[in-house]
Every structure is written in structure tokens, then in C-alpha cells.
Design a protein around this ligand. Structure first.
Ligand code: ZN
Length: 330
């Protein structure tokens, strides 16, 4: 499938395996595993993906994780995601995988990582997008859970895992995780954290000053602190913004801060976050950005940012930059 003109991006940096399983697959798997979603049609399940509050959204992620909590299912989900990304024009993606969510449902964290790794490998061999893994811990589960994710990474020896981050509820102070992020860097992992999605500018400040992350997932509430905005710009930290996600969870109502963040000179990337749970893909995100007033030139810069600020190696970035240039010229 050729890439739509308004979605030149060759890379996507912020999406979760837990939010990417096709609805049809989720129903089929739930039926096989005897889970409640197996009683529904795909249409009925899709209608359930509405979130009056952010907590409702997190509860849906939990149910999706329950469906995914078998090694063969994780492998299938990763393989299907690699294929669906390629059909949206994505060549390289950084996918959050949360071993401790699966550990919560009885799997071994390291084996869960290995299962996702196998699925991505198969997807790539079949022509899908290359997917790197960003290890993700659930912030509200605290520092021990985060340490367990790094333990699982060390046990798995998963070379596909190149980054570490936190997602979930943003209430627990990020400063608690300073040692965890230091350990992640010692293990050779890049760092990123969800902050400022539904929390505040101070949370984003903690992400960059205390945890010293290279990118922030969402980070949109930085817009409320002009000095912080300048600091993010001057440090060259990218914000991985997800427009549809923000509207569907109610994190943003009305005008989206992305316009002000770009005007302030911050490097923004665009992503889907949870394409299945938000019923979106990267093409849709770029079309939505256009409707929000971003110019074609700004969209091209966003696509370029998703290469420059990725955690890919330099040779891979060169390859992606060449492909992006061809796509923009084509
Ligand atoms: Zn996210």
C-alpha cells in the first residue's frame, strides 16, 4: 500500500503493544481463551472503546492485557503490528512493551519479552515494519515493579529492547524513579517517560531534570510553563504527541497545545499511542494535524523529527532519512 500524501512519516515512536491488537484478533483470541470479550462481536467491542475518564481508559488497557497474556498471543500481536505499521507506511517503530503487566497475569516477564521479540522478527521477515522495543513499566506500581522490568530485560537478553520508560497513571512522583532510570542507562538503554499527559508542567520538568530522559511521551502540559518550554527546546528534547489519544481520553478538550509547542520551537513527533483502542493510524494523525492548522512543511518537519529523535543507530537513521526524502519528493 502506498503512503498517503499527508503521512510522509517513515517512523513512529510512541505506541503500545497493549493498545495495538486488531479488534477482530482481540475478539477471536478472547473467544479461544474463554475471556469476556469473546462474547462480543468486533463491532460491539469497538463500541466499548470509549473513555469517559482516563481511569476508564486504563481499565480497558488492563482488559486488553488480559487478552494478550499468553506467549503465543503476544507473538501473534507483535507480528500483526509489524504488518499493520507497514501498511500505514511505517518502516521503523519504537513499541512499548510492558513485561510486568503480563507478569501480573501469570507470565514470566523475560519470556513475555522474548515472545514479543519472536513476533516482531517474523513480522519483519514477512515485510513488516522493523520494531524496536521500549521497555515500559507501570508508574503506579512503583519502583520495585520498574526494577523487575529491568531484571526481565537482563534475563531475556533481548537485543530488540533499546529503551526504558514509564506509562500509566501520572500521580506517583517521578523523582522516586531516579535510581531506576540511572540503572536503565547503565544497562545501555535509552530513556523516555510518559509525563504531562494528564498531569502538569512540574511533572514534565521532573522528567527532564531529574530522570534526564531523551524524549517525553505526550509532555503537552509543558505548554503551561513558558520557562519549561524554552528549556525543552534548548535541551533538544522531543515530545511524542498523540492527538487522537488526547481527545479520546479527555486529556485535551478544545484547542490542542501542539500548535503552541511547535510555535515555541519544540521538536514534536506524531504517533497513535494505542491505534486499536483509539481507532486511529498514523495517516489519520497527520490528517488530523493538518485540520488543526499545521502546514505541510510542519508535517514534514514532524516526520523528520521522528527519525532524528528516534533511538535507532546512526546507520539506520541514515537509511530512514533517505527513505523519508524519497517519500517527500515523490
Ligand atoms: Zn503512551
Amino acid at each position: 500500500m502506498s503512503a498517503p500524501r499527508l503521512a510522509p512519516s517513515v517512523s513512529e515512536l510512541h505506541l503500545h503493544l497493549e493498545g495495538s491488537l486488531r479488534v477482530e484478533s482481540a475478539v477471536e483470541i478472547a473467544r479461544e481463551r474463554g475471556l469476556p470479550w469473546g462474547e462480543l462481536t468486533a463491532h460491539e467491542l469497538r463500541r466499548k472503546f470509549r473513555y469517559p475518564t482516563f481511569t476508564d481508559f486504563l481499565m480497558t488497557v488492563r482488559e486488553m492485557a488480559r487478552v494478550l497474556s499468553a506467549y503465543d498471543v503476544l507473538e501473534r500481536a507483535a507480528r500483526e503490528l509489524s504488518a499493520s505499521l507497514a501498511s500505514a507506511g511505517v518502516i521503523y517503530a519504537e513499541v512499548y512493551v510492558s513485561p510486568n503487566i503480563y507478569a501480573h497475569f501469570g507470565l514470566d516477564g523475560a519470556a513475555a519479552l522474548s515472545a514479543a521479540d519472536r513476533g516482531f522478527s517474523t513480522g519483519e521477515r514477512e515485510g513488516g515494519a522493523r520494531c524496536a522495543i521500549v521497555l515500559d513499566s507501570v508508574r503506579q506500581w512503583g519502583t520495585e515493579a520498574a526494577a523487575a522490568v529491568l531484571d526481565a530485560f537482563e534475563r531475556s537478553g533481548c537485543a530488540r529492547a533499546i529503551g526504558f520508560g514509564l506509562g500509566g497513571d501520572e500521580e506517583l512522583p517521578l523523582a522516586l524513579f531516579e535510581d531506576t532510570f540511572h540503572r536503565a542507562r547503565t544497562l545501555g538503554l535509552h530513556t523516555v517517560v510518559h509525563a504531562g499527559e494528564v498531569s502538569n508542567a512540574a511533572d514534565v520538568r521532573a522528567a527532564i531534570e531529574t530522570l534526564k530522559v531523551e524524549r517525553v511521551a505526550h509532555g503537552i502540559r509543558a505548554v503551561d510553563d513558558p520557562r519549561l518550554v524554552a528549556e525543552i527546546r534548548d535541551r533538544g528534547i522531543a515530545l511524542d504527541v498523540c492527538l487522537t489519544s488526547n481527545y479520546r481520553t479527555g486529556a485535551v478538550r478544545g484547542d490542542h497545545p501542539v500548535r503552541a509547542l511547535i510555535d515555541a520551537g519544540i521538536a514534536v513527533t506524531l504517533s497513535t499511542d494505542d491505534p486499536s483502542l483509539f481507532r486511529t493510524d498514523l495517516s489519520h494523525e497527520f490528517r488530523l494535524a493538518r485540520r488543526l492548522g499545521l502546514s505541510r512543511r510542519e508535517l514534514a518537519t514532524i516526520a523528520s523529527n521522528a527519525v532524528t529523535h528516534s533511538f535507532a543507530r546512526d546507520d539506520e537513521k541514515r537509511r530512514l532519512r533517505n527513505r523519508l526524502r524519497q517519500r517527500l519528493l515523490g
